[in-house]
Design a protein around this ligand. Structure first.
Ligand SMILES: C[S@@+](CC[C@H](N)C(=O)[O-])C[C@H]1O[C@@H](n2cnc3c(N)ncnc32)[C@H](O)[C@@H]1O
Length: 396
């Protein structure tokens, strides 16, 4: 379980990105309080991230990307994947798993009319263009509801359009009205920061993946499977395979990837797996929780079993047989044993050294934190707290 509260790091703490050799993220806290801070007072400040793993360079912000992006330094991002609102949630219907369902994805996806929608697209695209490195690229995915506006806004802003990928879904939902072709594709526009950009394209890798032929701009990739959705559902979750293709095509390990519309966190999961640094943003609590569940599952492998405390199961092992019987009763023969003991333990895992650096019995997480803060380890930065519950039943 990871900590979500940011109470220890004040909002607007002047956390800055620092560019190092390959775009790695590092954090510095400004201590200057000179007159120059007057001008800086109007500079947008990054809020404390809701998740910040400095070992794997994953940083997640809760907020509106139009407010977060201006606070990211200019020219530090290698690749952006953006899956913005489609503006299609207008009470229509579609077919899902053989049933008629609403197309509505959420309030964030409601259309506010073509002009305002286009202004919004221009605004976030301009903010993305500012943070891209000179040779950085952006990938934007969308349906016909939004993608033409995105393409036009890119032309207005001077991006260099590189490709438009047709992502073909092998099993699209049928069209219920029978008045249109079945919508079987989404478009992904790939563009570089500007006309002068010399973008990264891992041509040979893509050719190898296409069986030795030049890879085409038509990609057949199935939607996310059950395993990818095991932590919960997001209405527009993109498949891991799609993000893998994109990150492998146009970035290198250690590069900085940004996702301003993170959703279920597919970009963050893939960046972690492919050793890219990642910054992701979303303003919905449900999306943040889902992303944290997915990212933490990638980061933490917990294996706890009774074998680890086997030596303690019988306090006076070998000294005397107090059981009163000669045979062993197999646990599990009766599911309704009498509960004789219950305890809850909390394990604190360090931010830099990924080990359990403190463990404590406590009834609540708050109590566990209090005990941690008064322990000798209080100064150690913590990334996760893992809770285990142990119950001992008397076999009947
Ligand atoms: C199309 S979904 C992204 C899905 C994502 N690619 C995935 O694989 O799960 C768009 C997401 O952007 C978020 N969003 C919409 N407008 C936003 C804004 N202005 N700032 C931050 N997040 C926003 C929504 O909450 C939603 O989760």
């Amino acid at each position: 379980m990871c900590r979500l509260d940011t109470a220890q790091t004040p909002i607007n703490d002047p956390i800055r990105f620092e560019k190092t050799s390959r775009g790695r993220l590092s954090v510095s806290k400004s201590t200057e309080h000179s007159s120059s801070t007057k001008a800086a007072a109007h500079e947008p400040r990054l809020p404390a991230p809701v998740f910040d793993d400095r070992k794997h360079h994953i940083r997640i912000y809760s907020g509106d990307c139009l407010e977060i992006l201006p606070a990211i330094p200019e020219g530090c991002v290698d690749l952006i994947f953006a899956d913005p609102p489609y503006f299609l949630s207008n009470d229509g219907i579609t077919c899902h798993a053989g049933r008629m369902v609403s197309v509505n994805k959420g309030d964030w996806d409601r259309s506010r009319g073509p002009d305002i929608n286009h202004e919004f697209n221009r605004a976030w695209l301009a903010a993305c263009q500012r943070v891209l490195k000179p040779n950085g690229t952006i990938w934007v995915s969308g349906t016909s509801h939004v993608i033409h506006s995105v393409g036009f806004a890119m032309q207005q802003l001077g991006f260099k359009l590189l490709n438009d990928i047709s992502w073909v879904k092998p099993n699209p939902p049928p069209n219920l009205s029978c008045r249109y072709f079945t919508h079987a594709t989404e478009t992904i526009i790939w563009a570089a920061k500007n006309k002068k950009s010399r973008h990264t394209f891992n041509y040979k890798l893509m050719k190898d993946q296409a069986g030795g032929k030049q890879m085409k701009s038509v990609w057949q990739i199935p939607p996310p499977d059950r395993e990818e959705k095991r932590f919960g559902k997001h209405p527009t979750q993109k498949p891991v395979a799609l993000l893998e293709r994109i990150l492998e095509a146009a970035s290198h390990p250690g590069d900085l990837v940004l996702d301003p519309f993170m959703g279920s966190g597919t970009t963050a999961v893939v960046a972690l797996r492919l050793s890219r640094c990642v910054v992701a943003v979303d303003f919905e609590d449900a999306s943040l929780s889902l992303t944290l569940a997915r990212v933490c599952a990638e980061l933490v492998f917990v294996e706890m079993s009774i074998t680890c405390s086997e030596n303690d199961l019988d306090l006076y092992r070998g000294s005397v047989d107090r059981s009163g019987c000669t045979g062993t009763r197999a646990m599990g023969t009766s599911l309704s044993g009498k509960l004789v003991r219950r305890e809850r333990s909390y394990y604190f895992v360090g931010q830099s050294r990924r080990e359990v650096i403190y463990s404590v019995l406590a009834s609540t997480l708050d109590e566990a934190w209090q005990k941690f803060r008064s322990s000798a380890q209080a100064q150690t930065e913590i990334l996760f707290v893992i809770k285990t519950e142990t119950e001992i039943y008397l076999a009947q």
